[in-house]
Design a protein. Structure first.
Length: 284
């Protein structure tokens, strides 16, 4: 399946290619995950090999329980593989070869801190920033936070508290927090799933802009096939549990992308093809 929807001419003229470099950012080498043992053992992920180049935006899609989030946890070293290897930046994930940013469906902001303070939190705990945080007196780091908040339209809300912001504004703040320490790798686990359609589409555009401007390597887990098609440079489809990658295709669509293209016949055909593939593996 060649994923090649059309886009408006204006967007095509301004398109920016996805940066891809020679060193793999992520490599799963026949990695599997089994929870429990004996008769109670559950295979969450079959032996899976998957490689991501630096600068790619890869979306994982598939039925619930297929192992998409398990792969995210392997890459972030929240769990270890039962067999095989997981390499991040050409080294074992446990070595922390790359700085990693994460954003999940629930923003989990600390309610007693302002948005500025929440976004700034990784700078206090992630190298090399934490060693200079106190000496900086938060001056340059505060400027860094405000620059990022301005990019997502929240420059007037830095001193507000999380409970004063809408769900979409909180998720924008969440993206800023995930990016503030300049991660090489950004892991997104259904970050827009709890939002309404209009807010979700608005944040797709925000995420795309951040990706183009900052060029991290991005691994996205989503159930929304339109989201995958709009944001990703590559889409992998996973089978039902025990999960494995059954399709791996490039999205040959240049950046930047206009939200109107998700309603084009070509884009609808592409997402329908993904939907049929997932429906088939769910029933098999």
């Amino acid at each position: 399946m060649n994923i090649t929807p059309t886009i408006p001419a204006k967007a095509a003229r301004n398109a920016k290619p996805t940066p891809v470099h020679s060193r793999p950012a992520i490599a799963l080498e026949q990695a599997s995950v089994v929870f429990g043992s004996g008769d109670k053992a559950v295979t969450a992920l079959s032996p899976t090999s998957l490689k991501m180049e630096t600068g790619e935006f890869l979306a994982l899609v598939g039925p619930s329980g297929c192992g998409k989030s398990t792969i995210l946890k392997l890459v972030s070293n929240l769990i270890r593989p039962s067999s095989g290897n997981v390499l991040v930046g050409a080294r074992e994930a446990s070595v922390r070869a790359l700085r990693i940013g994460m954003a999940f469906q629930n923003p989990t902001m600390l309610p007693w801190l302002t948005i500025e303070q929440n976004v700034m939190m990784p700078l206090k705990i992630v190298e090399p920033f934490k060693h200079t945080f106190r000496q900086d007196k938060r001056g340059a780091y505060r400027d860094r936070v405000h620059t990022l908040l301005k990019q997502v339209g929240l420059s007037d809300f830095a001193n507000h508290y999380p409970w004063q912001l809408s769900g979409g504004m909180l998720q924008r703040s969440n993206l800023c927090r995930a990016l503030i320490h300049e991660p090489d790798l950004l892991l997104l686990d259904e970050p827009f799933g709890a939002l309404d359609q209009f807010t979700r589409e608005e944040l797709w555009q925000t995420m795309q802009d951040l990706y183009i401007n900052r060029a991290p390597t991005v691994l996205l887990v989503t159930h929304d096939l339109r989201e995958a098609g709009f944001l990703a440079s590559r889409i992998c489809v996973m089978s039902a549990r025990p999960g494995r990658v059954i399709s791996d295709e490039q999205v040959t669509l240049p950046y930047p992308r206009d939200i109107s293209m998700i309603y084009s016949p070509e884009f609808v055909e592409m997402t329908q093809g993904l939907r049929e593939m997932i429906a088939q593996v769910r029933s098999s």
